[in-house]
Design a protein around this ligand. Structure first.
Ligand code: 0X9
Ligand code: ZN
Ligand code: CA
Length: 561
C-alpha cells in the first residue's frame, strides 16, 4: 500500500479525533459545571439541565439515524443551548426540502413542565418511530416527512438558579424548594437586579404597547433594546439559519410555557384580531389549528392578547417577520394555585398525566408544517405544490436571465401605494409583488422580470395556476407596454406556457385586481417549473405598473369518468 493511501486512510481517523475533541469541548462546560443543582429527591422525575443533556445524549446513542443533538450557542452564563433535530437521516444536512417545525421550552425558568414536555416530545418521537401501532405509524410518517427541531431549555441558567437559590417560605405549608425565578441570569449594567424576561425581548414591536417593563427589577423586564438576551439571539439566529434559498423552511412553531391550559396564537401585542400584517386566511388557519390542538389537549384556544397583551413576545416575531404559524402552549392547570407561584411546581407524580395531554396537539402541529392552511376552506388551493401570499421573503429572483433593461419600477415585494396605476389594496395582507411601490416609480423604458422558486408539477392530475393580478397603464402607452405571465420548465426543451398576456391599446387603463385561473398544459406533468412575471414598457411611451398576489399552484386528480 502506498504512502499516499495510508495518509488518505488516516485522515478520517484524524477528523474523527478532532470531532471527539470538539464534542468534549462543547460538553465540558456541562460536565464541568458540577455546581449545576439537581431537583430535590421528591421531584427527581424532573430533569435538571445536565440531566436533559445526558438524556438527549442517551437517546441519540440509541437512535442515531433519526436524532441529532447539538449546541446552537450559549446562555449568559455560558451553558450551551441544546437543539435536537429529529428526522429520517438526521445527520444529513440536505434534508430534502422537507417542511420543518420548531418547539421550544423553558423561556421562563420556573416553568419546569415546559422543558419536560419538550424533552418528552423528543423521547416520544424517537421511541415510537417504526412501531406498527397506529400512533407508531403516524410518528414514523411525520419523522420521515418533516424536520422537527426541539430546544428543550432556552434558559438553563434561570433553572439552575431556580433550583439553587435560597428557599423562600411560600407554597403549601410554607415550604418550597424553588425560588420561583422567571427571567434569565444576565447582569443588568448599573443595577443590582438580574435578568430579562426572555419573552419580552423579541424584536417585533419590542416595547411598543405594554405588558413589559423598563424597570430592571421587574419580572417582565424587557431590557433597553430588542434582542438584548443572548439566549433569544441564539434562538433567533437559528430560526434565520433555516431560510434556505430565500424561503423559511420552518412552517409551524410552538413555544411551551406554563400555566393555564391554553393554545394561543398571534397577536400577543394587540387585541386587534388581524391588522394589516395578518392575512384573513392566516387568522382562519390560526383559529382552526389552535382549536384542533386545544381540543386534543383539553385546553382552550384564544388569541394570545386575550390572556393579556404583551410586547416582545416570540410568536409575534415568528409570524410577522418569518411568516411561521407560531403558537404559545400554556401547559398545566392554573386552577388550584395556593400561593402565587405554587402553580408552577406540580409534584413529579403528576408528570405522566400532564405530559400526555399535549402530545396529540404537538403531532398536529408537526403535521400542519406540511401546510398550515390545511384545515381552512381554501386548503385545496393553498396546499398544493406551491403557494405564496407574498407577505414574507419567499425566494423570488429579479432579472433571472440577466437581460432586464428597465431601471425604474423593478419588481419587488411591497405594499403598493394607490396612484391610479396601482390599486388601493392587494389580495391578501399588506404586500404583493409590484413594479415599484411608490407612486412615482412606474416601469419606463424597458423590461423588468421576476421568477418564482422552482416547484414540481405532479405527474398525474390537472394542475391549475391561480393568482391575483393587475395592470395599470398611463396615457401614451400602447402595444409595446404590458404584462406577461408564463410558466417556464427547468428543461429548456419544453416550451413555456403563457398564462396571461395583456398590452396597451392606446388608452389609459385603471389598475384593478383580477383573478386568473389557468390549467397547465400536460407537457409540464412531472416537470420542475417556475412562474415568470414580465412587465415591459416601450422606450419613450407612457408608464405602467403591474402587480401579482396570492399565487397558488394545486393539482386535482383526474375525475374518474
Ligand atoms: O407572559 C408570558 O410570556 C406568557 N405567560 S407565562 O405565564 N408563561 O409567563 C404568555 C405568553 C403569551 N403571550 C401573551 N399572553 N401576551
Ligand atoms: Zn412563560
Ligand atoms: Ca399579499
Amino acid at each position: 500500500m502506498s504512502d499516499r493511501m495510508t495518509r488518505l486512510q488516516r485522515r478520517p481517523r484524524i477528523l474523527g479525533a478532532l470531532a471527539i475533541a470538539a464534542l468534549v469541548v462543547a460538553i465540558l462546560p456541562v460536565v464541568g459545571r458540577a455546581a449545576d443543582p439537581d431537583y430535590p429527591p421528591g421531584d427527581s422525575g424532573y430533569h435538571s439541565y445536565p440531566e436533559v443533556a445526558a438524556e438527549l445524549a442517551a437517546l441519540e446513542r440509541a437512535h442515531p439515524e433519526i436524532l441529532h443533538v447539538r449546541a446552537i450557542g450559549r446562555t449568559a452564563e455560558g451553558r450551551p443551548i441544546l437543539l435536537a433535530k429529529i428526522t429520517d437521516g438526521a445527520n444529513d444536512p440536505a434534508d430534502e426540502g422537507e417542511p420543518e417545525v420548531l418547539v421550544d421550552g423553558l423561556h421562563h425558568a420556573r416553568e419546569h413542565l415546559s422543558a419536560e414536555a419538550a424533552l418528552d416530545l423528543v423521547r416520544f418521537l424517537v421511541e415510537r418511530y417504526g412501531e406498527s401501532s397506529p400512533v407508531g405509524r403516524r410518528v414514523t410518517r411525520l419523522v420521515d416527512e418533516r424536520v422537527i427541531w426541539v430546544v428543550p431549555m432556552l434558559d438553563p441558567d434561570g433553572l439552575a438558579y431556580d433550583l439553587s437559590a435560597p428557599v423562600r417560605p411560600w407554597g403549601p405549608g410554607g415550604a418550597s424548594w424553588y425560588a420561583a425565578w422567571r427571567k434569565n441570569r444576565q447582569p443588568i449594567p448599573g443595577s443590582s437586579a438580574v435578568g430579562l424576561d426572555l419573552n419580552r425581548t423579541w424584536g417585533y414591536r419590542w416595547g411598543c404597547c405594554g405588558g413589559s417593563s423598563g424597570i430592571p427589577a421587574s419580572e417582565n423586564y424587557r431590557g433597553t433594546r430588542p434582542w438584548q438576551a443572548p439566549e433569544v439571539r441564539v434562538l433567533r439566529d437559528f430560526v434565520l439559519s433555516r431560510i434556505v434559498d430565500g424561503r423559511q423552511r420552518i412552517r409551524t412553531h410552538a413555544s411551551l410555557h406554563t400555566t393555564g391550559e391554553l393554545v394561543l396564537y398571534p397577536w400577543a401585542y394587540t387585541r386587534a384580531d388581524r391588522g394589516p400584517e395578518m392575512t384573513r386566511l392566516d387568522l382562519s388557519a390560526f383559529r382552526l389549528l389552535a382549536r384542533r390542538m386545544a381540543a386534543q389537549a383539553g385546553y382552550r384556544a384564544m388569541q394570545s392578547s386575550a390572556m393579556y397583551p404583551t410586547d416582545g413576545d416570540m410568536i409575534d416575531w415568528m409570524y410577522a417577520r418569518q411568516r411561521i404559524h407560531s403558537f404559545t402552549l400554556e401547559l398545566s392547570p392554573a386552577r388550584g394555585a395556593i400561593a402565587t407561584s405554587d402553580r408552577y411546581y406540580l409534584p413529579d407524580e403528576r408528570l405522566p398525566g400532564l405530559l400526555r395531554r399535549p402530545r396529540a396537539a404537538l403531532l398536529t402541529l408537526i403535521e400542519a408544517a406540511g401546510c398550515p392552511w390545511s384545515l381552512t376552506r381554501a386548503a385545496s388551493q393553498w396546499c398544493g405544490t406551491f403557494a405564496d401570499d407574498l407577505e414574507g421573503g419567499s425566494g423570488w429572483t429579479v432579472d433571472p436571465a440577466g437581460t432586464d433593461d428597465a431601471t425604474v419600477g423593478i419588481w419587488r415585494r411591497a405594499d403598493p401605494r394607490p396612484d391610479g396605476l396601482q390599486p388601493g389594496r392587494v389580495r391578501s395582507g399588506r404586500d404583493a409583488l409590484v413594479t415599484g411601490p411608490a407612486p412615482d416609480d412606474p416601469v419606463r423604458d424597458g423590461t423588468t422580470s421576476v421568477r418564482s422558486p422552482t416547484f414540481l408539477i405532479p405527474a398525474e392530475g390537472t394542475t391549475t395556476v391561480r393568482l391575483a393580478w393587475w395592470l395599470g397603464l398611463g396615457a401614451g402607452t400602447g402595444p409595446g407596454d404590458g404584462l406577461t405571465i408564463r410558466i417556464v420548465a427547468e428543461d429548456p426543451a419544453i416550451e413555456p406556457q403563457v398564462l396571461l398576456a395583456v398590452a396597451g391599446n392606446g388608452s389609459p387603463r385603471v389598475a384593478r385586481l383580477r383573478n386568473l385561473a389557468i390549467a397547465l398544459d400536460p407537457r409540464f406533468a412531472g416537470e420542475r417549473v417556475a412562474l415568470e412575471l414580465i412587465a415591459y414598457a416601450a422606450p419613450g411611451s407612457g408608464s405602467l405598473e403591474a402587480g401579482v398576489d396570492d399565487v397558488r399552484v394545486a393539482t386535482e386528480p383526474e375525475s374518474a369518468g
